[in-house]
Design a protein around this ligand. Structure first.
Ligand code: NOJ
Ligand code: NOJ
Length: 417
């Protein structure tokens, strides 16, 4: 076994590292394949093709919303009709599942591949889902409006009726009425109030208010706007921290027991997932800067791969105390592709904001991409994680979210035109 691993690592070290553009093309194909499984309800996306160890053959509202957001960005650039059809299919799949009874209503995090809610024990509700879905749908609706293609909007996406019976408005109503309630975090582990969830909700309602106004739903627009402001204030009042900059969670009622540093990649994900709309924090805000520094320092020290290949960017995981190794929660956590890529995307967005020292920023950006490509299998595949010591991929194979994080980073850095 040891010998096998040895040859595997040696073989891996000699395989040519793909270019960013090659990886983008492969990631797009894999995302589309995970979004077009013959045994899955059309429009739904499996989190990974892996059906056991771990079984990720389900559709998570969060993963799917983020995936569709990246396809919508890609459609905006390329105007490929096949991509548009995929997005339209997704709109109908969401309409279908929004109207099914589930344990936690629209906060239900995970669905079976036939579209029905998962009924096993799970961390529910997860209230980031409806916010992320609304953000992606609003972006799509705006593109449709520009194209003069408003049929889908008025039939399915938005109208002012109450109780809400259109996809976007249902989510906005849910967010506006439930944001004060505690829910499980995006890692599905701790119940409380979370920076990531709240920032998604804040921005969804902010954009929702603007969109409602465009749809001439003026009373609702004002209501969404007010709730959005309250959420923004709540974040500013409770999540700023001298030590780690931005806190991950507060008011925790159900905890892992070993997660105590307050430091997590989730706020960084929140900042980039709500870009370009969020304007609560500038990316060079002193608290954000302290936070990103703390993240880098903590993971740089934690993972041996960061010391071994120190000419590459920093490998980041979910949070320093993580014990989920992609199979079990009794081990040492690993770096994740989507976390590592998030830092690269952050650098790109920061570069746009700072307009100074572009060479230094370009260097940091390139190194993050090279880190991700280095730990891939170099044939286009990206699992959920890579091992903190030997650097080899592990956890769910071809995690859709790993691939779409690569795609959004490429697009947001301006590498895809
Ligand atoms: C699956 C969850 O999605 C993941 O976040 C968690 O760490 C593991 N289960 C272990 O609880
Ligand atoms: C586990 C992750 O913690 C969670 O964020 C994700 O939604 C699921 N896996 C599915 O990818």
């Amino acid at each position: 076994m040891k010998l096998f691993l040895f040859f595997f690592i040696i073989g891996h070290a000699f395989a040519a590292i793909p270019t960013k553009e090659q990886q983008f093309a492969d990631s797009l194909l894999i995302v589309l394949s995970n979004a077009s499984r013959p045994d899955v309800r059309p429009g739904m996306v499996v989190a990974s093709p892996s059906r056991e160890a771990p079984n990720y053959y389900y559709d998570w509202v969060r993963d799917t919303s983020l995936t569709m957001k990246s396809l919508i960005d890609y459609y905006e650039i390329t105007k490929k009709s096949s991509i548009k059809s995929k997005i339209v299919q997704w709109v109908y799949a969401e309409e279908y599942r929004q109207n099914l009874p589930t344990f936690s209503g629209l906060g239900e995090p995970k669905y079976n591949i036939d579209g029905s809610g998962f009924t096993g024990a799970w961390g529910r509700p997860q209230n980031d889902g409806p916010a992320l879905r609304a953000l992606a749908m609003i972006k799509f609706a705006r593109i449709l409006l520009k194209e003069g293609d408003s049929d889908l909007i008025f039939k399915t996406l938005y109208h002012g009726h109450l109780p809400a019976d259109s996809v976007i408005k249902k989510d906005l109503e849910y967010v506006a009425h439930h944001w004060r309630e505690s829910s499980f975090d995006l890692w599905e582990e701790e119940k409380g109030m979370h920076f990531y969830t709240l920032l998604s909700q804040h921005v969804a309602l902010q954009e929702g208010a603007l969109f409602a106004q465009e749809m001439n739903d003026l009373g609702a627009s004002e209501f969404y706007q007010q709730e959005s402001i309250k959420i923004g204030q709540f974040i500013k009042d409770h999540f700023l921290d001298e030590r780690v900059g931005l806190l991950v969670s507060i008011e925790r009622s159900s905890t892992l027991g070993y997660k105590n540093s307050g430091l997590d990649i989730a706020p960084l994900l929140g900042l980039i997932h709500t870009s370009p709309y969020q304007n609560l924090f500038r990316l060079n805000d002193p608290f954000v800067v302290v936070y990103v520094k703390s993240l880098i320092k903590s993971f740089a020290d934690l993972y041996a791969v960061n010391r071994l290949y120190n000419d590459l960017g920093i490998s980041l995981g979910r949070y320093p105390e993580d014990r989920y190794d992609g199979y079990q929660t009794t081990k040492t956590g690993n770096p994740w592709f989507l976390s590592t890529m998030a830092l690269g995307e952050y650098y790109c967005q920061l570069k746009k904001q700072l307009k100074q020292n572009p060479k230094k920023q370009d260097d940091l950006i390139e190194k993050q991409f090279q880190r991700v490509l280095f730990h891939s299998d170099r044939e286009g595949h990206l699992s959920e994680q890579f091992h903190h010591e030997n650097g080899l991929m592990q956890g769910a194979v071809d995690l859709t979210w790993s691939h779409n994080s690569f795609m959004t980073a490429m697009m947001s850095c301006g590498f895809i035109r």
